[in-house]
Design a binder for this molecule. Structure first.
Ligand SMILES: Cc1cc2nc3c(=O)[nH]c(=O)nc-3n(C[C@H](O)[C@H](O)[C@H](O)COP(=O)(O)OP(=O)(O)OC[C@H]3O[C@@H](n4cnc5c(N)ncnc54)[C@H](O)[C@@H]3O)c2cc1C
Ligand SMILES: Cc1cc2nc3c(=O)[nH]c(=O)nc-3n(C[C@H](O)[C@H](O)[C@H](O)COP(=O)(O)O)c2cc1C
Length: 776
């Protein structure tokens, strides 16, 4: 097979070596614009887990690479005048130049034709090859020449970074966080060979400009960074190698191959350097591409001819191999890019976390990509984890004002949390879930078993579903209400059960469906309008939910608003009469109050529309009325949709402003959900996909938050609490699946929570059935 590879970086050379070794008759040409010893940057890092994949792909290259490795297990975080060390991480580093030399030697030994100082500027001459591989890095010429076909996207990140070196030896992967008059500077540093370390300096654009780095020469950058990090460098110099300040692009491509032209490595995808995986990803691409070609037996069957003529057997096999290469690698790459995205966002927002103490800060840093959990760190470094847990226990004791065991400390999710006078025994909350089976708003035995079994199941707080403040405020005919005296008695029966029979607490979520009212139950479609028996709807503006089939609501008048405030007020008094511990106002998911907040659903021209302040006017009026009637010692929360997932809609920074206003009105905690405002939303789902919004509000506003959305494993809950991303975690579907979720988590963590007397025998019982509870 005849292969042309554009780019002699790690991806291109490694792919060429793999292909030549798999079949020495392969004719491979590598075109590299630079000379063999021209390179940028200093070191590359591999994790132990990933280098094993290189070993199984090609033992000879693996052996040549690892001969140059510097290995370390520790991560040191220098922050707030302290250094926090954690161990068990397992990384290896080497010089980028050495890696390239090793690969160049291997290629030479295999007689691969590598032509240096050969920049490719057009593809015509390469068209006759069976396969053309674009391995020409982030600024790929191959991709640019075929940009209409590959359809790349570039997400240029706002932070600035410069890649420097130093002679300072480092015994651990090292992070520094240093503040000066210009702002906060982050350093990612690691040793890649004896006496040489990579030293990447990163900061926000604002800090970069304020320090004058936007106009600095390489020498000025060096002088500034040497002075700034004089203590850290301990007399060692920084070293320059094309030390230009850059911003990082996350590159994605709609297509990875077109005809017989395929992209690998940085040409097709990038992942932020803080997850240290760029070189490895390129090498994994090389392995996957080789495997796909072998699986199609492209290079083993000479009958296919050697020319990439369209429609020839060879061309068809190449096309199939390229498709299976993409099918294999794309999900893995996208998963890593998601982790890299979480990681780079953490570094873009580090200023937010500067009030954390060193141990919690380090834990948040180590778990920033959401890939490493509290449990992973227990495996890697139990002593570090005990410091984390002890710190959370101490803080919980201070916050909740009750003793918390220290020896050993409980897992973070089993620490108490206090809101006003309400002491919640642990951090697990059953999220509100409509059951659609109340009769004219009156809840029954179904609701009793739904909430009671989950409270018996160990959750610290259970939420009654969205409960509507009037009959016309309901989503569906089966929705629960709190608008008639008899509703109070029905709810009280459930509240009393939770209070008398369990240590858990119970909350109620008051809502008004607005334009999403008069709908069918969820199992017949989300917000699908009733065909018969619908009632008149009101909303902020006369916009139907589904433009083609929903009822157009009436724009609310001031008189309507007065009526709704009165309904909320009555419901608040009823909620107190029923004995609920916490009151939540539903201002999310496109229901009435949310419809005032979002610019997509509020197009009013009076004082209730326009600016965010105006759009918040009516929701805050409702809030103030409820707060005024709800007992002083009981907490009040608000559920918000932090984003609408639609351009022009609510964005996370707006949710921060909403939370700030609510805090000014004495809201105690924000329950941070997202979306469901409009049907054409484009949510980015994934594990913990809404948690970053809770994290942001908690730190930027200084208000307690609850995280919700695809939280299902106890590892994730412990991680969220320990990192300070939220104070409480709400689980909805996980609790439908397993009402005893909290008890099962306690069992898995070896943590005792008391069983009710009636079930006491279970404490002498060991489950023997297979029980996987990892959540992944
Ligand atoms: C600050 C920073 C730190 C990083 N740290 C790490 C790390 O610790 N670990 C890690 O694994 N990765 C790291 N990376 C990423 C890593 O450098 C890249 O992911 C990796 O080099 C990608 O390999 P590649 O072969 O695909 O591309 P490249 O290494 O960019 O190689 C592409 C090659 O193609 C050549 N070329 C380009 N255009 C042409 C042309 N038209 N004609 C001929 N030749 C051409 C170039 O000269 C180059 O030699 C880091 C990146 C940055 C920016
Ligand atoms: C059956 C069902 C009913 C729901 N009803 C409500 C509700 O009444 N109020 C509300 O704010 N969210 C409601 N939700 C959303 C959940 O509270 C939660 O935010 C969402 O399911 C994401 O959490 P999860 O990934 O843990 O399921 C409901 C979800 C489900 C599955």
């Amino acid at each position: 097979m005849r292969i042309a590879v554009v780019g002699g970086g790690p991806s291109g050379l490694y792919f060429s070596i793999l292909m030549k070794r798999s079949d020495p008759t392969n004719e491979i040409l590598v075109l590299e614009q630079n000379r063999p010893d021209d390179t940028f940057g200093f070191g590359v890092v591999f994790s132990d887990a990933t280098i094993a994949e290189v070993e199984s792909a090609d033992e000879q290259t693996y052996a040549a690479i690892i001969a140059h490795f510097v290995h370390w297990d520790d991560i040191d975080v220098y922050y707030g005048g302290e250094v926090v060390r954690s161990t068990g991480h397992g990384f290896s580093g080497m010089s980028r130049q050495t890696l390239l030399s090793v690969l160049q030697e291997q290629a030479a030994a295999l007689h691969i034709d590598v032509r240096y100082k050969s920049a490719v500027t057009e593809l015509d001459e390469l068209r006759s090859y069976d396969l053309v591989v674009g391995a020409d890095g982030a600024n790929s010429t191959v991709r640019e020449l075929m940009t209409d076909q590959f359809e790349p996207t570039f997400d240029w990140r706002p932070n600035r970074f410069v890649w420097l070196g130093t002679t300072k030896p480092l015994s651990a992967f090292t992070f520094h966080f240093r503040e000066n008059e210009h702002g906060l500077w982050r350093v990612h540093a690691y040793q890649y060979e004896p006496g040489h370390s990579t030293f990447i300096v990163e900061c926000t654009e604002e800090t970069w400009r304020s320090a004058g780095m936007d106009t600095a020469s390489e020498e000025q950058t060096l002088a500034y960074c040497e002075a700034l990090f004089a203590t850290e460098l301990d007399g060692h110099p920084l070293i320059l190698n094309k030390a230009v300040w850059r911003s990082f692009p996350t590159i994605r491509n709609q297509r990875w191959s077109v005809g017989n032209v395929v992209l690998i490595g940085d040409a097709v995808h990038t992942a932020h350097f803080s997850v240290g995986s760029g070189t490895r990803m390129g090498m994994m691409d090389a392995i996957a591409l080789r495997d796909a070609l072998i699986a199609e037996s492209v290079e083993l069957d000479p009958s296919g001819g050697s020319h990439a003529e369209r429609g020839s057997p060879m061309a068809e096999r190449v096309a199939r191999a390229l498709a299976s290469y993409e099918a294999e690698r794309r999900p893995q790459v996208e998963s890593l890019q998601r982790a890299a995205q979480a990681s780079l966002e953490w570094f873009e927002a580090t200023e937010r976390y500067m009030e954390l103490d060193p141990v919690q800060f380090s834990f948040a840093l180590l778990t920033r990509s959401l890939r490493i959990t509290h449990e992973d760190l227990r495996m890697r470094d139990p002593q570090f984890l005990e410091r984390v847990d002890a710190r959370i226990a101490k803080e919980a004791e201070r916050q909740a004002g009750v003793p918390v065991r220290r020896d050993p400390p409980p897992p973070p999710m089993f620490t108490p949390f206090k809101l006003r006078d309400l002491l919640i025994p642990n951090r697990i909350v059953v999220s509100p879930m409509c059951q659609y089976c109340a009769g004219d708003g009156t809840v029954d035995d179904w609701h009793l078993q739904h909430l009671a079994s989950r409270a018996v199941g160990g959750a610290g707080l259970v939420y009654a579903e969205m409960t509507n403040v009037s009959a016309d405020a309901r989503i569906s005919k089966g929705c629960a209400g709190l608008y008639k005296a008899e509703h109070v008695d029905a709810w009280k029966r459930i509240v009393d059960f939770v209070h008398i029979r369990t240590p858990g607490k119970i909350a109620i979520q008051l809502g008004h469906a607005g334009r999403k009212g008069a709908s069918k139950p969820l199992w017949e479609g989300d917000a699908e309008p009733l065909e018969e028996g619908a009632w008149d709807l009101v909303s902020a503006s006369p916009l139907p939910y589904f433009p083609d089939r929903s009822q157009t609501p009436r724009e609310m008048t001031r008189a309507d608003m007065d009526e709704v405030v009165a309904d909320y007020s009555r419901a608040t008094e009823y909620a107190e009469a029923a004995g609920f511990d916490l009151l939540e106002l539903h201002m999310a998911h496109g229901y009435l109050l949310a419809a005032f907040i979002s610019p997509l659903t509020n197009q009013r021209s009076d004082e209730y529309g326009g600016s965010l302040e105006n759009r918040m006017r009516f929701p805050l009026e409702v809030f103030d009325a409820c707060r005024g009637l709800w007992p002083e010692h009981k907490p009040l929360s608000v559920r918000v949709s932090a984003v609408d997932w639609v351009p022009g809609g609510m964005q996370p920074e707006h949710a921060v402003e909403v939370a700030r206003l609510l805090k000014q009105h004495e809201c105690d905690v924000i329950d941070v959900s997202a979306g469901q405002t409009v049907p054409d939303q484009k949510p980015i789902y994934g594990r913990l996909f809404q948690t970053p919004f809770a994290d942001r509000i908690r730190h930027e506003v200084g208000l307690s938050t609850m995280a919700v959305g695809n939280i299902s494993s106890w590892m994730d809950v412990n991680t969220i609490i320990a990192a300070g991303r939220a104070d409480l975690c709400l689980l909805a579907r996980a609790h439908l699946f397993d009402p005893y979720w909290t008890r099962h988590a306690a069992h898995m963590l070896g943590h005792d929570i008391a069983w009710p007397e009636q079930y006491e025998s279970v404490s002498r019982y060991t489950p023997r059935f297979e029980f996987h509870f990892g959540g992944e």
